[in-house]
Design a protein around this ligand. Structure first.
Ligand code: BES
Ligand code: MN
Ligand code: ZN
Length: 460
């Protein structure tokens, strides 16, 4: 299955009518279509698709139910269902949908399938570009979502730290970004000890990927993404059920690469830096252990209460490095805690920042782009739960309460100079099919952030 946007509507393009709940009679449909809809009990129910017949077995068009008033979260992306439901061929939207750009994007997102290991069905849907939609911009967003999903869906056997580096190099090459890596024991020489400690048991060397793009005089925006290519839990091994989808533990990295794609495609006037600690949290004789005490880049020593809390360790060193050049905005994304899912479920990632204005702006953009996000507190009184008897800080708390909050507090300990820091504890995965999302790897927070950056740093 594939969805293509075409700028010139083909002569045999068929119309899709968007119909609100109980709005069939006011929709101005041809009489045949209204009668067919009534015969099929179609009355604009959210997400329902009804194909309209023509003579001699042909298709005249389609009706699409947009449902009632309530518009929130994924309901704005409902049109994603059409990508799967419509038969092959040329289609256009009749009239003007409420948000034409989001509707077009939903089509593209809903048409995604992961085809690396088996053929997709051969269906192609060509959608005529609705009026007022910027094809290039919408396509770039869809490409970013596809990149993030593809990288997450690719299993660790083909998406180790080396392959993740290659994906970053491919992206850098496309937009003429500079890219370098610090690999293996060089991590020790370059003072990134916790990235080394977490990744050294993996059969593919751990590394820090460092990509830069844009003009040095422009505002510095730095994105840090957790690139744990597989998370066994380490010596504190995960049970089978918890390990099953841990190929997605590089979801933060996949998502920041997607966001970088959008920033570079739109040529936003920023100096972009992307840092990805790429490691495997593996088990071997040289694995880091519970009780070990690690020296961090920034200075504090870290007692390992649990080797499965590895993401915050590799992020801490990457964040400390990012912080050194005092970026105006420092964003990190990570599939950091199961606790974030307990709090908010898979589809509503929490984010954390001290900056109230930034938080408000992010929440607003999340709403506008149907990329749901929810602010949670950096509740300082819980910081002392991370205290250690023998080191400056422990990587876990003992009571396990507020796990996503304490993980965020841990990270914030390693940032002090950045103009603003925001941390996203994403799930990076869609466990139950949604209109614009098949089950599997998912882009989260990057469409909202793209919107925010686009408005804050308008292209020249
Ligand atoms: N990658 C996991 C977090 C995770 C688990 C995200 C399941 C999404 C789904 C992370 O490295 C981890 O294992 N975190 C532990 C932390 C704990 C040991 C304090 C967790 O959440 O259980
Ligand atoms: Mn873990
Ligand atoms: Zn992890």
């Amino acid at each position: 299955m594939a969805v293509e946007i075409v700028t010139v509507k083909s002569a045999n393009s068929r119309p899709i009518w968007f119909i609100g709940k109980n709005a069939l009679d006011q929709a101005g449909l041809p009489q045949d279509a209204t009668l067919w809809a009534k015969a099929n009990d179609f009355n604009g129910e959210a997400g329902r698709v009804l194909i309209l017949p023509a003579k001699e077995g042909a298709i005249a068009g389609a009706l699409f139910g947009t449902g009632g008033e309530e518009k929130s979260g994924q309901s704005q992306l409902l049109a994603g269902k059409l990508a799967r439901a419509l038969p092959e061929g040329d289609w256009h939207i009749e009239g003007k949908p409420e948000d034409a750009a989001l509707t077009t994007l939903a089509f593209l997102m809903g048409g995604y399938s992961f085809t690396r290991y088996r053929k997709a069905d051969g269906k192609t849907i060509r959608l005529a570009l609705p009026e007022g939609v910027d094809a290039k911009e919408t396509q770039a967003v869809a490409d970013a979502v596809t990149l993030a999903r593809d990288l997450i869906n690719t299993p660790a056997s083909d998406m180790g730290p080396d392959a993740l580096e290659q994906a970053a190099r491919d992206l850098a090459g496309k937009y003429k970004a500079e890219i370098s890596t610090i690999e293996g024991d060089a991590l020790l020489a370059q003072n990134l000890p916790m990235i080394h400690a977490v990744g050294r048991a993996g059969s593919i060397a751990p590394r820090l990927i460092d990509m830069r793009w844009g003009n040095d005089n422009d505002p510095k925006i730095t994105l840090v993404g957790k690139g744990v290519c597989f998370d066994t839990g380490g010596l504190d091994i995960k049970p089978a059920s918890g390990m099953l989808i841990m190929k997605k533990d590089m979801g933060g990295a996949a998502n920041v690469l997607g966001l970088a794609l959008m920033i570079m495609a739109a040529q936003l006037p920023v100096r972009l830096r992307v840092l990805i600690p790429a490691v495997e949290n593996s088990i071997s004789g040289n694995a880091f252990r519970p009780g070990d005490i690690l020296q961090s880049r920034k200075g504090p020593t870290v007692e390992i209460g649990n080797t499965d809390a590895e993401g915050r360790l590799v992020l801490a060193d990457a964040l400390a490095l990012a912080d050194e050049e005092e970026p105006e905005l420092l964003v990190d994304m990570a599939t950091l805690t199961g606790a974030a899912r307990v709090a908010l479920g898979p589809d509503l990632p929490p984010f954390y920042t001290h900056d109230d204005d930034l938080a408000q702006a992010i929440a607003q953009k999340a709403d506008e782009t149907a990329d749901p996000l929810w602010r949670m507190p950096l509740w300082q009184p819980y910081a002392q739960k991370l205290s250690s008897r023998v080191a400056d800080i422990n990587n876990v708390t003992t009571d396990g309460f507020a796990g996503s909050v304490t993980a965020a507090l841990f990270l914030s300990r390693f940032v002090e100079k950045a103009g603003a820091h925001v941390h996203f504890d994403i799930f990076g995965w869609t466990p139950v099919e949604k209109p614009a999302s098949p089950v599997g790897g998912e882009a989260q927070a990057i469409r909202a952030l793209n919107q925010l950056l686009k408005e804050r740093f308008p292209a020249r």
